[in-house]
Each structure stands twice: as C-alpha cells, then as structure tokens.
Design a protein around this ligand. Structure first.
Ligand SMILES: *Cc1c(COP(=O)(O)O)cnc(C)c1O
Length: 440
C-alpha cells in the first residue's frame, strides 16, 4: 500500500508531481499529460509514432557542462557506446568533450560529423583488423590496447608515433552488476596488475617501434555509485606508473580512469557525487604521485551513461491490459537492460491525467519471451487502458545502442526536443530496411 492509497487527496497532488531526479530538467505534467522541454508527449506520439525515444538536448548539454565545470583540468571523453548518433556526437563535441569509440562503426559516425581525431580514443577488448585500420586511417589520438595480440598487430600496422594507453585491470571491484563489472581479475578486459600481466603489456608496447606509450587506462565497471573504488583504482594506477618509471626509466603523463558513474533509475536512488569524485580522485592521484615522486598525470575520464541516460524518455502505447499485465507496443527490442541485468524502471501515464486509484501492475512488451518486461510491479492508475500513452524515464543510454530487430520489429526513432521544438534525429526503421539486407 502506498501513501497515496491511504490519503486519496494526497494521491492526486503526489501524482501531479514528477520526481525530478529521473526526468529531464523542465519535464512537467499537466491536464494533457507529460511535457518534455516544452513538447507534449501526445504530440510526439502522434507525429512520430510509438515506441519513440525522446532525447532532451539541453539535458545532454547540461550534463556535459557539469563535467567540464567539476573537472576543468580533466579531459572528459564521452563513451559513445552508450548512445551514438550524429546529433549527439555533435552536441558533445560542441560542449568540448572528447569521444571514446569502440568499433569502426562508432568511428564512422564520428567521422561523418567531423569529430576531431585529436579528441578520439579507441577501446575494446576485441578490435578487429578493420577497427584498427579505421582508427589509424582517421588518425585517432589514442588507442587503448587490451591484449598482447593486439599490441603486436597494431605495432605492425601503425606508423610512429601512434599513441597508446595500456588497459590495466586494477583489481578493484566497483560493486555493481556482474555483467558490467570490469575492474576485477578473471574477466575478459585488460591486463591484470596482479601477476605481472600489466607490466608485461607495458614492455610489449615499449618494444614496438611504431607505438608510443602515452599512459595507462582503467575502467572499473558501469553504474558504480560510490567514489571509493575510483580512489583505490587511482592509487594503484599511479603506484604502477612509479614502478614503470623504476623499471624502464620513462615517466608516463596520462592516466585514464574510465567511466561508469551511476545514475538513479528510480526516484530516491543515490545520484553519483560528481563533486566528491572530483575532489577525492584529485587528492588520491596527486598524493600518490607525490609519494612515488612522479609529476601529477593528466587525467581523462569516460562517462557515457551519466551524460545521456537522464536525457532520454521512451514513449509507448498500451495495446492491451490483461491478467494484471499492461502490454505495450515495444519491449526488449528497444530496452534490453531488464533482460540483461534485471534493471528497474518507473513508468507513468503520459497522455492524460487520471484520478483513478493506483494499483500495482507489470508492464510487458510485445516479444515472444516471458522475460520481455519493461517494469515489474509498478503503480499505475486502475483506468489505464488500450490506447493510453506511457512514459519510461532514464532511457537515453544503452537503449538505442542495444536495440535489436527481434521478431523483425523495426527499431524506434530518436527525436530530440528543445525549447518547444522536436526534431527527428534517427528515423524509425522500416520493413524495407529489414528486407534490404536479406538477399534471399
Ligand atoms: C562502457 C565504458 C565506459 C562508459 O561507461 P558508462 O557506465 O556508460 O559511464 C567508459 N570506458 C570504457 C572503457 C567502457 O567500456
């Protein structure tokens, strides 16, 4: 039972409000439903169809600026895998961010908008020869090497001085979901510090005449909500830089601490303390550098989710209400995170106001899997019916980028909203698109 059930009059006023921590700044709710950046959900659904990804441009830009303000001396590289499309890459470029890509495909989008190569890093535990060649052809500034095979291959393909970072696994647990934990030993990313693999990788890079070792990289995981893991990783990385100086006589100047900063998916969940992160990581890096007698390295960070997740909302149309389930016209093809990580979302009626009492329902998708769930056990008004519009917040990151064609369903469009205007960024996929690849 919720407070709104006990006090129906309060329920009305509670429901008329939005929990600001999960909706883009400037989202409001009125008699005609939800309004994002001055554009009504009804209008968006009518004009672009459903499901539709709505992206608040100002929220993306505001988040880029928050990073730049909190960490003015740090290079902030947007992790493009969270959401890559031309407009978003233009926005982050305009806001002064760098970019981290992990495939030739992501790089192709960056190229198409002229993202400066001097501000691009390439990542990935598997980079195919095509990925490496694309990175070299565009002359990306840094390639983050992830295996001895890659170091040998890149060494053969590259021309001096291709700058590289070595991806180190610092043995720090970000305390997040197993599927997105990347900083501990015994997983597929990077070279563990323990056992000497990282030291071996450094020696392998130094032995390649075409490569220049610029520094080190680590990324402890995604949806990491506390700062302590980053501090510990920073200390271990700088300590390792001291060992590299002792062994090889070289002073590395760059340290990339990766991304993974958490966002609240549900109202009341903690937000990542960016100011605290900035202060504590700065202290950890400079203190450790002083202890081992190194100059303070230049820092790079790579937030993806924290830049775009809170700017995105998905709108769905209810198709049927049955057996306690509210079924909508999208599902795991546009939101894989529930099936992948058991992610939790909140849902709200977006096309109108309802004074009906709330009841707990599960919102499910259209796909042929029992696990095709959008949100389990969420409160929605009892009068929700077929044709209603629902909105799910916090869908800007790892939604469009993880979308699939399961059941030959066409992937939704992305629509940007700003100052009362909407603009189609990525059009809806069509059956012609699907058939075009199928050669019979
Ligand atoms: C995924 C990833 C990021 C971004 O993670 P977020 O959780 O979206 O901030 C940054 N760096 C690397 C190497 C990654 O793999």
């Amino acid at each position: 039972m919720t407070l709104a059930d006990v006090l129906p009059s309060m329920g009305k006023s509670l429901r008329a409000k939005l929990d600001q921590d999960v909706w883009p700044l400037g989202t409001s709710i009125g008699p005609d439903g939800l309004c994002v950046a001055g554009v009504s959900a009804n209008e968006l659904a009518t004009r672009f169809g459903t499901p539709v990804y709505v992206l608040a441009e100002d929220e993306v830009r505001r988040r880029c600026r928050a990073y730049r303000t909190a960490l003015p001396e740090v290079e902030v590289a947007y992790a493009g895998k969270s959401l890559t499309c031309k407009a978003v890459l233009r926005w982050v470029a305009e806001e002064g961010l760098s970019l981290d890509v992990c495939s030739a495909g992501e790089l192709a989008v960056a190229r198409s908008v002229g993202f400066p190569a001097t501000r691009i890093l390439m990542h990935g535990n598997v980079k195919t020869p095509e990925d490496l060649k694309a990175a070299l052809a565009y002359e990306v500034d840094r390639i983050v090497v992830d295996s001895l095979d890659e170091i040998a291959q890149l060494g053969a393909l590259a021309r001096y001085p291709q700058r590289v970072l070595v991806r180190v696994t610092p043995g720090v647990d970000g305390h997040t979901h197993k599927a997105i934990t990347t900083g501990v030993d015994n997983q597929k990313f990077g070279f563990p510090l323990s056992g000497g693999a990282a030291a071996e990788a450094v020696a392998a890079v130094l032995a390649q005449p075409s490569l220049r070792l610029a520094g080190l990289h680590c990324h402890i995981g995604s949806q990491v909500s506390t700062v302590a893991g980053y501090e510990e990783a920073a200390r271990r990385m700088v300590t390792f830089m001291g060992q590299i100086r002792d062994t090889h006589g070289i002073v590395l100047r760059e340290l990339d601490l990766g991304g993974g900063h958490a966002v609240p998916y549900l109202p009341g969940e903690p937000t990542f303390d960016l100011t605290g992160y900035a202060q504590r990581v700065r202290v950890a890096v400079s203190y450790t550098a002083a202890t081992v007698g190194l100059p303070v390295p230049h820092l790079t960070i790579e937030p993806g989710r924290a830049v775009v997740a809170p700017a995105g909302i998905t709108l769905y149309r209810v198709v049927t209400v049955k057996n306690g389930f509210v079924a909508v016209d999208g599902g795991m093809s546009d939101n894989m995170r529930v099936a992948l990580y058991g992610a939790k979302y909140c849902v709200r009626l977006a096309g109108r106001q309802s004074n009906a009492p709330l009841r707990t329902v599960t919102v499910v998708g259209r796909h042929c899997e029992a696990g095709d769930v959008i949100a389990e056990d969420v409160p929605l008004p009892t009068d929700v019916h077929a044709g209603d519009l629902l909105a799910v917040p916090m869908t800007g990151a790892y939604h469009h980028s993880l979308a699939s064609n399961y059941n030959q369903v066409c992937r939704p469009p992305i629509v940007a909203v700003r100052d009362g205007q909407s603009r189609l960024l990525v059009r809806r996929e069509t059956e012609d698109d699907l058939l075009a690849r199928d050669l019979g």
